[in-house]
Each structure stands twice: as structure tokens, then as C-alpha cells.
Design a binder for this molecule. Structure first.
Ligand SMILES: NC(=O)C1=CN([C@@H]2O[C@H](COP(=O)(O)OP(=O)(O)OC[C@H]3O[C@@H](n4cnc5c(N)ncnc54)[C@H](OP(=O)(O)O)[C@@H]3O)[C@@H](O)[C@H]2O)C=CC1
Ligand SMILES: O=CC(=O)O
Length: 323
């Protein structure tokens, strides 16, 4: 049995597969592969472990020989899951193990943005640390403020817990259905989407990217937010409209933004958002800790091993394949 892996993954996951008798071929180049290269490398494989590689309908229809595809991510918006299901390939992901690390990133962006930390750091490098002016470089405090969570699931819950613990923030959220355990644990209140926009001092996005959430944070949404609100997105860049966010910040419709995700990625180095004092941007490092990436590689490997044994994979995105 052979698996093709589209990046070099942590040793923990690779070892698990090798110990299970699976031959592991990794793509070692520091660039993504083309569709042709992906097809060529998976042709003689029984499974694919995909790190960030887009898997479209054409690829999946041409790859029905694959017994399993494991993603090295919880998000699967880059995969045509319907096409995979049609050719009966189970798709696996890595839920849960990355929730805390990704929430930490959202918390970091919130705090950094509220104190303009990234911009202040750059100002030292530019030699601008000079005269002390008590009315300049002022941030805003977070204690006792309202955190609005769009998507109070696994990551949203971890972020909410950090904000309650650190700053005694009040939690409101908007999901399609109520998260009653979180309501009890954090005294969180479900609100409508418009109420979330109107009442949040910090609004943090934690839903998957779906046709329903794509472009959800547009000019009309930002227009409803408080003028001192901070917008945080560690989910997917396409959930907010970047041009509308820029305009909302330039026109002081909202106060600041912290982004771990942009659209497109990578963000171009001369993007105007990168030079705004109240904006913090990170290059999609939400789950990037040694511990979390190792744990993700283990879940992905477990999906591959089970799929190659013909068993139901433990973290399946399209359970319909087993019906
Ligand atoms: N920056 C990074 O590196 C990372 C980013 N991510 C992103 O974070 C996303 C969330 O992950 P995770 O917390 O594990 O996922 P979960 O499925 O646990 O949580 C998602 C939440 O979003 C809610 N939701 C879904 N659709 C909508 C909608 N249309 N309107 C309102 N709420 C909605 C769901 O509730 P309900 O179904 O009731 O609506 C659920 O509570 C991933 O899909 C991924 O895109 C994940 C890891 C790392
Ligand atoms: O963006 C990362 C993920 O796991 O999804």
C-alpha cells in the first residue's frame, strides 16, 4: 500500500503510517504541485494525504482508485466533497486537535490589534521611537467588553473561553442552531446576525467557508458594527470582502481588524491593510505549533491507515460514502 503526501509532514504522522507497513512518498519541493504533477504522483498510489492542495472535480473523477483521502486540516472548502462522494472516496479531516492553537491565534490578533502592536513594532524598526506623546499610539481596552462569535463551534468556544478567562468578556454568538452547552458554560447568549454586528466590541469569525458564509462580512455588515469594534478572522479569507473591510477601516466605520486568513493567500506585500496602525495580519498560522501540527499529522495518518484497511475512517467528512 502506498500513500502520496503533498508536503513534508511531522514525523509523528509519517512514522505511524510507516509502522503500519505503508510506503510513504512525500512531495519535498518548497512549492505546491500542479494538477498534472498531482495526477502523476497519485497514479500508482492507494491513498492521498493532502496538505492544502486543491482537489477539484476533474482530479477526483480521475482518481477513483484512491481508497481514502486524508486532509491535514479541519477545513475542507478546497475539496470538491460532492465529487469525492460520487466516486466513493472517503475524505478525512483533523477536527479538535487544532482548536486551542487556532483560538490562541485569534486571541493574539485581538490583543495585538487592540494595542496596535504589529504597527508599533514596525515603527521601532523604522526609527520612529522618539518623542513621548501621551495622546499618541493609544489602543483600546478589552476588559468587560462584548465578544461576538460568528460560529461558536470548537474553535469559537476556545476563543470565548480565553476571552472570559483573561478579560471577563461577555459572550454573544450567532450559529444556525443554539449551542446550549456553551451557553451554560460561558453564560453565552445566542443573537441574530444583525444583533451580533450591532452589539459586538470584538467580532471573531469561526465558521467554515460555505456558500452561506462566503462574503458574509461585506460593507453592509461592517456598516452595522460599532465604530470602535475590532473584526477578527482566523477562519477563511473569503468570509469577509477584503475591499469592503479596507473601506470600513479607512472610513472609520470600524476601529480595527486582525486577520490570519486573507483572500487571496498569500496577501501581496504592498497590500494597504498591511500599513494600517489598527490592523494585524498573520500568514495563516492558526494551527502552527509543534504540538498541534504533530497531533494533526497523527489524525491524518489514522484516517489513511483505517481507509487502507477498508475500515470506516475515524474523522470522516462525507459519511454518505459508507451508506
Ligand atoms: N486559521 C487557521 O489556521 C485555521 C482555520 N480554521 C477554520 O476554522 C473553521 C472552524 O473550525 P471548527 O471550529 O473546528 O468548526 P466547527 O464545525 O466546530 O464550528 C463551526 C461553527 O460554525 C457554525 N456555523 C456553520 N455555518 C454557519 C452559518 N452559516 N452561520 C452561522 N454559524 C454557522 C456551526 O454551528 P451551526 O452548525 O449550528 O451553524 C459551528 O458552531 C474551519 O472550517 C476552518 O475553515 C480551522 C483551523 C485552523
Ligand atoms: O486552516 C486550517 C485548517 O485546519 O482548516
Amino acid at each position: 500500500m502506498k500513500v502520496f503526501v503533498t508536503r513534508v509532514i511531522p514525523e509523528e504522522g509519517r512514522k505511524l503510517m510507516i509502522d503500519a507497513g505503508i510506503e510513504v512518498e512525500e512531495w519535498k519541493e518548497k512549492r505546491g504541485l500542479s494538477q498534472e504533477e498531482l495526477i502523476a504522483h497519485t497514479r500508482d498510489c492507494d491513498a492521498l494525504l493532502s496538505v492544502s492542495t486543491r482537489l477539484d472535480k476533474d482530479f477526483l473523477e480521475a482518481s477513483s482508485h484512491l481508497k481514502v483521502i486524508a486532509l491535514h486540516s479541519v477545513g475542507y472548502d478546497h475539496v470538491d466533497v460532492t465529487a469525492a462522494t460520487a466516486v466513493k472516496i472517503p475524505i478525512g479531516n483533523t477536527p479538535g486537535v487544532l482548536s486551542a492553537a487556532t483560538a490562541d491565534t485569534a486571541f493574539l490578533l485581538m490583543l495585538a490589534t487592540s494595542r496596535k502592536a504589529f504597527y508599533m513594532h514596525k515603527s521601532i524598526i523604522k526609527g520612529e521611537w522618539g518623542f513621548f506623546d501621551p495622546t499618541e499610539n493609544l489602543g483600546i481596552e478589552l476588559r468587560g467588553k462584548t465578544l461576538g462569535v460568528f460560529g461558536l463551534g470548537k474553535i469559537g468556544l476556545e476563543m470565548a473561553k480565553c476571552c472570559v478567562g483573561a478579560f471577563d468578556m461577555k459572550i454573544i454568538y450567532h450559529n444556525r442552531s443554539r449551542n446550549e452547552p456553551a451557553e451554560k458554560e460561558l453564560n453565552a447568549h445566542w443573537v441574530s446576525f444583525d444583533e451580533l454586528l450591532e452589539q459586538s466590541d470584538v467580532l471573531t469569525v469561526h465558521t467554515a467557508l460555505t456558500p452561506e458564509t462566503e462574503g458574509k462580512f461585506d460593507w453592509f455588515a461592517f456598516e452595522k458594527m460599532k465604530p470602535h469594534a475590532i473584526f477578527i478572522n482566523t477562519a477563511r479569507g473569503a468570509i469577509h470582502k477584503e475591499g469592503d473591510l479596507l473601506k470600513a477601516l479607512q472610513e472609520q466605520q470600524i476601529w480595527g481588524a486582525g486577520l490570519d486568513v486573507t483572500n487571496p493567500e498569500p496577501m501581496r506585500p504592498d497590500h494597504p491593510l498591511l500599513n494600517m496602525p489598527n490592523v494585524s495580519v498573520l500568514p495563516h498560522i492558526g494551527s502552527a505549533t509543534e504540538e498541534t501540527r504533530a497531533a494533526m499529522s497523527v489524525l491524518a495518518a489514522r484516517n489513511i491507515i483505517a481507509g487502507l484497511k477498508g475500515e470506516r475512517i475515524p474523522f470522516v467528512v462525507n459519511p454518505e460514502v459508507y451508506k
